[in-house]
Design a binder for this molecule. Structure first.
Ligand code: NMX
Ligand code: MLT
Length: 465
């Protein structure tokens, strides 16, 4: 096993019944899901649905439970390898220890979302514009069902999310109560926590919920949360950087397009960037801090708001999601000290000086990846298409030429190549979103899709604490 990190690489652990998830189970047992019949609104235990995604998920769950059972029966007592002292001291790297369905990370090839590369998603997922970027709603469908959705299914899911997008008033009250200097990530975490008192999972659990039904109110909370995130993120942005005047959602725009719109950006390019951004940041297997924190807290049957807030608090760390903010800060320093037309030699000296001062070069390195992050590459392709002459993009490109060699020369950096955060900030800068302290919030909005999908699936499969 090429793995490098604990809690990784068990996404598709063994030959499960071929394509089991994709096959689904067209004969959903009414004993198990008495309240789920597509096209009808049927209520049970206060829960109801006419949501097509929920129906598709409900159909897929029985075969997934069977698959897990057969894996346990066939392979339950097999060893997954040895654990060395170094693996324990190294933060449990290389120890496979977690089932993660939504994505799988390969050290060389990077992320696969339900088996699909980013380029495949760009090709196969429905889009808002011809030959544009994928609609992230489609990825949410793929995460939860294992199937590539049709355009109609994605349009339906966009509408479902708009229907659920109203933000409860207490969110604004909590945001208002925070000092204006509060970091946007802290604001986001507090906003998520403020919705917890209305958790459908927490209420249903208190009313006596059967284990086989845990996934249902988890789905409801998760979809509500995902639906509201663009409005919440935009409110944080407008409050922190635009004197607090809010912009209403566009009733026909998609989820990511609406995020750009509510932040105050109407350009077609920003909306396309937001669709790409929301797609590529969504999931990175289960061992990263935000995914693992969400899973860990969720395994105690904490509701989705409690669990996702935990993930966000981890994402707010500078070695994880906050690195996108740190990259911009550092790029701005490079630009102001050396100018934008800097030579490779001067740049190389600057990178060495950063290292000598005991700091990390933000946006480079990774706990698992050992090659350039394909999420960096997809953003680079976006830049080459939409902003090839932008000076900050040229600086990022020069750094891509220079930094790996300097990091490799230290002899200790396991991966000298750029990660997702090395590129995201300059794309936002180009479209006028210059407030770097907000960037991790965008990462967080996207990450909700992956980690909350996995939370729903974990409950559907009855994974333990
Ligand atoms: N700049 C300077 N030193 C580095 C870097 C870097 N970019 N990457 C790794 N190192 C150092 C690391 O600090 C460690 O030093 P020491 O032995 O003195 O403690 C040594 O190299 C070995 O670390 P690795 O095994 O290569 O990396 P590890 O798996 O521990 O950490 C990161 C991975 C991502 C935390 C690390 O590469 C890093 O700090 N990168 C910069 C911050 C960053 O870009 N984070 C974002 C990651 C992606 N995300 O979005 O979450
Ligand atoms: C992520 O997207 O979560 C980061 O690349 C960190 C990781 O995978 O360890």
């Amino acid at each position: 096993m090429k793995s490098t990190r604990l809690l990784r690489r068990l996404g598709t652990p063994m030959p499960a019944p071929a394509n089991a998830w994709q096959r689904g189970n067209r004969r959903t047992s009414p004993q198990i899901y008495p309240f789920l019949f597509c096209g009808h609104r049927v209520a049970t235990q206060g829960l109801s649905t006419d949501c097509e995604l929920k129906c598709a998920l409900a159909e897929a769950i029985p075969s997934q439970r069977d698959r897990l059972k057969s894996i346990k029966t066939a392979f339950g007592s097999k060893s997954l390898g040895e654990v060395t002292v170094n693996m324990a001291l190294g933060g449990m790297r290389g120890v496979p220890g977690l089932l993660w369905e939504t994505s799988l990370l390969d050290a060389e090839d990077g992320i696969r979302f339900r088996g699909h590369t980013i380029a495949e998603l760009q090709q196969k997922l429905p889009k808002a514009c011809p030959s544009g970027e994928p609609l992230p709603e489609g990825l949410l469908w793929l995460f939860l069902t294992g199937n590539m959705p049709s355009k109609e299914q994605v349009v339906g899911l966009s509408a479902e999310l708009r229907k659920r997008a109203d933000i409860p008033p207490q969110v604004f009250n909590v945001l208002e109560a925070l000092p204006a200097r509060t970091h946007p990530m802290t604001q986001l975490s507090c906003a998520i926590m403020s919705m917890q008192p209305d958790s459908k999972f927490a209420r249903a659990y208190q009313n006596g919920l059967r284990k086989t039904d845990y996934w249902d109110p988890t789905f409801e909370d998760s979809l509500d949360c995902i639906a509201r995130l663009p409005g919440i993120a935009a409110a944080i942005y407008r409050r922190t950087f635009r004197n607090g005047s809010l912009i209403k959602a566009d009733p026909v725009l998609d989820w990511a397009g609406n995020l750009a719109h509510m932040m105050g950006y109407s350009d077609r390019g920003v909306k396309e960037l937001m669709r790409l951004y929301m797609t590529i940041h969504s999931d990175h297997e289960g061992g990263n801090v935000s995914a693992h924190a969400t899973h860990l807290v969720g395994s105690a049957l904490s509701d989705p708001y409690l669990s996702f807030a935990a993930g966000l608090n981890g994402l707010a760390g500078p070695l994880h999601g906050l690195a996108n903010q740190e990259v911009l800060k550092w790029l701005n320093q490079v630009e102001s000290e050396l100018g934008s037309d800097v030579s490779r030699e001067d740049l190389s000296r600057y990178v060495s000086a950063t290292l000598k001062s005991g700091r990390v070069v933000p946006g480079y390195g990774h706990a698992v990846l050992r090659k350039t992050d394909p999420r960096f590459t997809s953003q680079r392709e976006f830049a080459l298409k939409h902003l090839p002459d932008y000076p900050k993009f040229k600086l990022v490109s020069k750094l891509f030429d220079v930094v790996p060699a300097v990091l490799a020369d230290t002899g200790k950096v396991a991966n000298p190549w750029p990660n997702v955060d090395a590129h995201s900030g300059v794309l936002l800068q180009f479209y006028g979103i210059t407030e770097q302290n907000f960037y991790t919030v965008l990462f967080g909005v996207s990450r909700a899709m992956g980690v909350l999908s996995q939370l729903i699936l974990s409950r559907a499969m009855g994974l333990p604490i």
